[in-house]
Design a binder for this molecule. Structure first.
Ligand code: AMP
Ligand code: GLY
Length: 432
């Protein structure tokens, strides 16, 4: 079958690689990703322009489309493709709102009494923000629109006093955002990505991402420096009961989103959760695979992705089978990333054995790969245990040269034990 992949990052390279096992692949990219280009017939254009994407999709005659990033979904690219009869894995704009309108997403959960949202107030003026802060205390401050994952600031982490909170909130208000002020959640984060056909959900293993740039979770926030998943599909700090609770929340979201918008939710629903002393809370929803989280789960997916697309198109999505393997993904990023990245610097890839490589923001010139200003190469080790998977990823990275750095601590026993101890301490505090 003929499938179009929209997007040009590491996540889309992983999507393309998985689909290329059984589909004839076409891709629409804003910039040429050498990994995706080697797997597909491709077109370079504006990923967020529905007309351009539809024009290419109809010209090459694809039956299905998979949309990688959120920006095209927020611009109605899925709507445009579906309106010309191409089944699109990626929600229409009115339900994609779950990601690009955080105020709407929170109000939606409250309206349908979906459990797991923190106390919150949607504010449209500085006075409202001051009142909300008095009511809520320690808070997270969120712009309601898309900011590339970098717009949320948390008191005590990025904002040190009331003055900084008000200064940041005012900036968001003047940029035209509503501001969500919500209770600060304390705990460990995890992600669950569900495949959805509008009614049925098929869940993938839980993953934990690492947002901070430097080891020990220090430094500025990034798009994600790496992530891991465990062989039992849970995480070392997460019980089956907690995983199931998060899945139940996601089922309620898909069911009620259809009631609210009249549009079935098709595509990936990405649930970002915080495991706290009081149980599982929703940090946010995204309407697409995570990057890097897609790099963990797609390579161990046993059920054929093209078959899953067909099932989704028929509204008959069944369970999806994943190998019982641990995965550790680490992103190599340009030195200085995210604030002052070294762009246009060559990357040399040696022997990486059976470790997987996914290209993100790099370009190729005369057979050489070069960095840009963003994440460069995702490396994924897959093995029976996290320890082995982490070692594999590091061995491969040892054979990649360039002006790059990565987080050596992701997936190590030391860091994972810290997560386990953190959750244990929170639960002990509550006598659970
Ligand atoms: P988001 O863009 O909503 O994923 O938020 C980015 C990051 O901000 C999350 O991954 C969390 O680490 C943090 N965050 C968001 N909301 C909260 C909250 N209510 N309490 C604590 N941290 C939060
Ligand atoms: N890794 C976080 C995200 O894709 O949103």
């Amino acid at each position: 079958m003929k499938v179009l992949v929209v997007g040009s990052g590491g996540r889309e390279h992983a999507i393309a690689k998985t689909l290329s096992n059984s589909s004839e692949l076409f891709s629409f990219m804003s910039k040429k990703n050498p990994g995706i280009a080697s797997l597909s017939e491709f077109h370079i254009g504006s990923e967020t322009d529905p007309n351009e994407v539809v024009e290419y999709a109809t010209e090459v005659g694809v039956d299905y489309a998979v949309i990688g990033p959120e920006a095209p979904l927020a611009e109605g690219v899925a709507d445009a493709l579906e309106d010309v009869g191409i089944f699109t894995f990626g929600p229409r704009k009115d339900v994609a709102r779950l990601e690009f309108d955080k105020a709407w997403a929170r109000e939606f959960m409250r309206k349908y009494s979906i459990r797991g949202y923190p106390e919150f107030v949607v504010c449209e003026s500085v006075e409202e923000i001051e009142n909300a802060l008095r009511q809520i205390g320690e808070a997270a401050i969120k712009p309601s629109g898309l900011t590339g994952g970098k717009g949320v600031k948390v008191m005590g982490e990025h904002l040190n006093n009331a003055e900084e909170v008000l200064e940041y909130s005012s900036k968001l208000l003047s940029a035209g955002h509503k501001v969500v002020v919500e209770e600060k959640l304390e705990g460990e984060e995890f992600t669950i990505q569900a495949f959805c056909d509008g009614t049925n959900l098929a869940f993938s293993p839980a993953v934990q991402d690492h947002k901070r740039a430097y080891e020990g979770d220090t430094g500025p926030n990034t798009g994600g420096m790496g992530s891991y998943s465990d062989a039992n599909h849970l995480l070392p700090f997460l019980t089956q009961e907690e995983y199931d609770e998060a899945c139940k929340i996601m089922k309620d979201v898909v069911k009620n989103a259809k009631n609210e918008t009249n549009t079935p939710y098709r595509g990936v629903l990405y649930g970002q959760f915080m495991l706290t002393a009081e149980g599982v809370y929703v940090v946010e929803f995204n309407v697409r695979f995570g990057d890097p989280e897609a790099l963990n789960i797609l390579p161990i997916m046993r059920t054929d992705f093209s078959y899953v697309l067909q099932e989704c198109a028929e509204g008959k999505l069944g369970d999806i089978d994943f190998e019982h393997k641990a995965t550790v993904c680490k992103y190599l990023v340009p030195k200085g990333y995210p604030d002052n990245p070294v762009a246009d610097s060559p990357v040399y890839v040696g022997d990486v054995g059976d470790t997987l490589l996914f290209f993100a923001s790099v370009y190729e010139k005369d057979g050489v790969i070069y960095t840009t200003r963003s994440r460069a190469v995702g490396v994924v080790g897959i093995a029976d245990t996290l320890e082995e998977a982490e070692k594999k990823a590091e061995r491969a990275i040892g054979n990649i040269r360039g002006e790059l750095y990565h987080r050596k601590d992701i997936g190590t026993k030391e860091l994972i034990n810290k997560r386990v101890e953190h959750v244990k301490a929170l639960k002990d505090l509550r006598g659970r």
